[in-house]
Design a protein around this ligand. Structure first.
Ligand SMILES: [Zn+2]
Length: 197
Protein backbone atom coordinates (compact mmCIF):
# COMPACT_ATOMS: atom_id res chain seq x y z
CA UNK A 1 0.00 0.00 0.00
CA UNK A 2 1.47 3.28 -1.16
CA UNK A 3 -0.19 5.53 1.40
CA UNK A 4 0.98 6.68 4.79
CA UNK A 5 -0.92 5.68 7.92
CA UNK A 6 -2.14 8.83 9.65
CA UNK A 7 -3.65 9.17 13.14
CA UNK A 8 -7.45 8.95 13.34
CA UNK A 9 -9.12 12.12 14.63
CA UNK A 10 -11.36 11.56 17.65
CA UNK A 11 -14.77 12.87 18.64
CA UNK A 12 -14.41 16.44 19.90
CA UNK A 13 -11.86 17.40 17.22
CA UNK A 14 -13.39 20.40 15.35
CA UNK A 15 -12.75 19.00 11.83
CA UNK A 16 -15.18 16.15 12.63
CA UNK A 17 -17.97 18.50 13.61
CA UNK A 18 -18.37 20.85 10.67
CA UNK A 19 -19.15 20.21 6.98
CA UNK A 20 -16.21 19.45 4.69
CA UNK A 21 -15.35 21.47 1.56
CA UNK A 22 -16.04 20.06 -1.91
CA UNK A 23 -13.02 18.78 -3.85
CA UNK A 24 -12.26 21.10 -6.79
CA UNK A 25 -9.05 19.61 -8.22
CA UNK A 26 -8.61 15.96 -9.18
CA UNK A 27 -4.82 16.03 -9.00
CA UNK A 28 -1.85 14.13 -7.51
CA UNK A 29 -2.56 15.66 -4.12
CA UNK A 30 -6.01 14.08 -4.12
CA UNK A 31 -4.57 10.69 -5.18
CA UNK A 32 -2.04 10.88 -2.35
CA UNK A 33 -4.80 11.74 0.12
CA UNK A 34 -6.86 8.74 -1.03
CA UNK A 35 -3.81 6.43 -0.67
CA UNK A 36 -3.29 7.71 2.89
CA UNK A 37 -6.98 7.19 3.63
CA UNK A 38 -6.88 3.55 2.47
CA UNK A 39 -3.67 2.90 4.45
CA UNK A 40 -5.16 4.52 7.57
CA UNK A 41 -8.47 2.65 7.21
CA UNK A 42 -6.72 -0.74 6.91
CA UNK A 43 -4.35 0.03 9.80
CA UNK A 44 -7.34 0.88 12.01
CA UNK A 45 -9.28 -2.16 10.71
CA UNK A 46 -12.23 -0.06 9.60
CA UNK A 47 -14.63 -0.72 6.71
CA UNK A 48 -14.89 2.96 5.75
CA UNK A 49 -13.08 6.23 6.38
CA UNK A 50 -13.89 9.87 5.68
CA UNK A 51 -11.15 12.45 4.96
CA UNK A 52 -11.89 14.45 8.13
CA UNK A 53 -11.11 11.31 10.13
CA UNK A 54 -7.47 11.91 9.23
CA UNK A 55 -7.87 15.66 9.71
CA UNK A 56 -8.56 16.79 6.12
CA UNK A 57 -11.78 18.78 5.55
CA UNK A 58 -12.53 17.59 2.02
CA UNK A 59 -15.57 15.68 0.79
CA UNK A 60 -13.96 12.27 0.16
CA UNK A 61 -14.51 8.84 1.66
CA UNK A 62 -13.10 5.37 1.04
CA UNK A 63 -14.62 1.99 1.84
CA UNK A 64 -13.81 -1.71 1.76
CA UNK A 65 -16.96 -3.24 3.13
CA UNK A 66 -19.18 -6.30 2.68
CA UNK A 67 -22.67 -5.96 1.17
CA UNK A 68 -25.66 -8.11 2.20
CA UNK A 69 -24.31 -11.06 0.13
CA UNK A 70 -20.97 -10.80 1.98
CA UNK A 71 -19.23 -9.60 -1.18
CA UNK A 72 -16.44 -7.14 -0.32
CA UNK A 73 -16.83 -3.85 -2.17
CA UNK A 74 -13.97 -1.37 -2.30
CA UNK A 75 -13.77 2.16 -3.63
CA UNK A 76 -13.61 5.89 -3.17
CA UNK A 77 -16.31 8.52 -3.58
CA UNK A 78 -15.45 12.20 -4.01
CA UNK A 79 -18.14 14.88 -3.47
CA UNK A 80 -20.80 12.26 -2.66
CA UNK A 81 -24.53 12.78 -2.63
CA UNK A 82 -26.68 10.18 -0.93
CA UNK A 83 -29.94 8.81 -2.26
CA UNK A 84 -32.22 6.86 0.08
CA UNK A 85 -35.44 4.98 -0.73
CA UNK A 86 -38.64 6.99 -0.16
CA UNK A 87 -40.13 6.87 3.31
CA UNK A 88 -42.85 4.42 2.14
CA UNK A 89 -40.40 2.06 0.42
CA UNK A 90 -37.59 1.95 2.95
CA UNK A 91 -36.91 -0.91 5.29
CA UNK A 92 -34.90 -0.19 8.38
CA UNK A 93 -31.92 -2.20 9.56
CA UNK A 94 -31.46 -1.71 13.32
CA UNK A 95 -27.99 -3.25 13.53
CA UNK A 96 -25.04 -2.06 15.61
CA UNK A 97 -22.93 0.84 14.46
CA UNK A 98 -19.52 2.02 15.59
CA UNK A 99 -16.94 4.56 14.45
CA UNK A 100 -13.13 4.71 14.42
CA UNK A 101 -13.43 8.25 15.81
CA UNK A 102 -15.45 6.99 18.80
CA UNK A 103 -13.37 3.87 19.53
CA UNK A 104 -14.36 1.08 21.89
CA UNK A 105 -18.13 1.60 21.74
CA UNK A 106 -21.13 0.65 19.62
CA UNK A 107 -24.85 1.28 19.61
CA UNK A 108 -27.92 0.13 17.73
CA UNK A 109 -28.97 2.64 15.12
CA UNK A 110 -31.82 2.10 12.65
CA UNK A 111 -30.98 3.17 9.11
CA UNK A 112 -32.45 2.35 5.69
CA UNK A 113 -31.08 -1.02 4.51
CA UNK A 114 -30.45 0.29 1.01
CA UNK A 115 -28.53 3.40 -0.06
CA UNK A 116 -27.08 4.79 -3.27
CA UNK A 117 -24.19 7.20 -3.43
CA UNK A 118 -23.40 9.37 -6.46
CA UNK A 119 -20.09 11.17 -6.85
CA UNK A 120 -16.73 10.98 -8.59
CA UNK A 121 -13.71 8.72 -8.54
CA UNK A 122 -10.18 9.97 -7.90
CA UNK A 123 -9.77 10.96 -11.59
CA UNK A 124 -13.01 12.92 -11.65
CA UNK A 125 -15.14 10.36 -13.53
CA UNK A 126 -18.69 9.93 -12.23
CA UNK A 127 -19.39 6.90 -10.02
CA UNK A 128 -22.52 5.45 -8.47
CA UNK A 129 -22.29 2.98 -5.60
CA UNK A 130 -25.33 1.00 -4.61
CA UNK A 131 -25.14 -0.45 -1.13
CA UNK A 132 -27.06 -3.14 0.73
CA UNK A 133 -26.34 -4.71 4.12
CA UNK A 134 -23.38 -3.24 5.97
CA UNK A 135 -22.37 -1.27 2.86
CA UNK A 136 -25.71 0.62 2.94
CA UNK A 137 -24.93 1.61 6.54
CA UNK A 138 -21.35 2.51 5.62
CA UNK A 139 -22.38 4.83 2.75
CA UNK A 140 -24.75 6.69 5.08
CA UNK A 141 -22.22 6.81 7.94
CA UNK A 142 -19.44 8.20 5.70
CA UNK A 143 -21.59 10.84 3.96
CA UNK A 144 -22.75 11.90 7.46
CA UNK A 145 -19.07 12.39 8.43
CA UNK A 146 -18.59 14.78 5.50
CA UNK A 147 -21.55 16.82 6.76
CA UNK A 148 -19.82 17.07 10.13
CA UNK A 149 -22.15 14.55 11.73
CA UNK A 150 -21.20 11.45 13.73
CA UNK A 151 -23.50 8.45 14.17
CA UNK A 152 -23.74 9.29 17.88
CA UNK A 153 -25.44 12.56 16.88
CA UNK A 154 -28.35 10.41 15.66
CA UNK A 155 -28.72 8.54 18.96
CA UNK A 156 -31.09 9.42 21.80
CA UNK A 157 -29.29 11.65 24.35
CA UNK A 158 -28.97 8.92 27.00
CA UNK A 159 -27.52 6.37 24.58
CA UNK A 160 -25.17 9.01 23.19
CA UNK A 161 -23.86 9.80 26.68
CA UNK A 162 -23.40 6.10 27.45
CA UNK A 163 -21.45 5.55 24.20
CA UNK A 164 -19.21 8.56 24.90
CA UNK A 165 -18.53 7.31 28.43
CA UNK A 166 -17.63 3.83 27.15
CA UNK A 167 -15.33 5.32 24.55
CA UNK A 168 -13.61 7.56 27.12
CA UNK A 169 -13.03 4.56 29.40
CA UNK A 170 -11.66 2.57 26.46
CA UNK A 171 -9.28 5.37 25.49
CA UNK A 172 -8.08 5.83 29.08
CA UNK A 173 -7.27 2.11 29.18
CA UNK A 174 -5.38 2.25 25.88
CA UNK A 175 -3.43 5.30 27.05
CA UNK A 176 -2.55 3.61 30.36
CA UNK A 177 -1.15 0.61 28.48
CA UNK A 178 0.78 2.81 26.06
CA UNK A 179 2.18 5.02 28.85
CA UNK A 180 3.32 2.17 31.15
CA UNK A 181 7.11 1.68 31.26
CA UNK A 182 8.58 -0.80 28.82
CA UNK A 183 9.35 -4.22 30.32
CA UNK A 184 12.92 -4.74 31.56
CA UNK A 185 15.15 -5.99 28.79
CA UNK A 186 15.73 -9.72 29.16
CA UNK A 187 19.08 -10.47 30.69
CA UNK A 188 21.53 -12.09 28.31
CA UNK A 189 22.98 -14.23 31.12
CA UNK A 190 21.07 -17.33 32.18
CA UNK A 191 19.10 -17.02 35.40
CA UNK A 192 20.21 -20.41 36.72
CA UNK A 193 23.59 -20.70 38.45
CA UNK A 194 26.37 -21.50 36.03
CA UNK A 195 27.47 -25.15 36.14
CA UNK A 196 31.07 -24.40 37.20
CA UNK A 197 30.09 -22.99 40.58
ZN1 LIG B 1 -17.12 6.98 11.52
Amino acid sequence: MAGEVRPITLVGTPVLHSPCRPVERFDDELSALVDDMFASMYAAEGVGLAANQIGVDLRVFVYDCPDEDDVMRRGVVVNPTLELPGVDERRLDDGDEGCLSVPGAQAKLARPDHATCHGFDVKGDPVTVEGTGLLARCLQHETDHLEGRLYIDRLPTRTRKKVLKESEAFRAEVEAVTASPAPEPRSETPASPSPDR
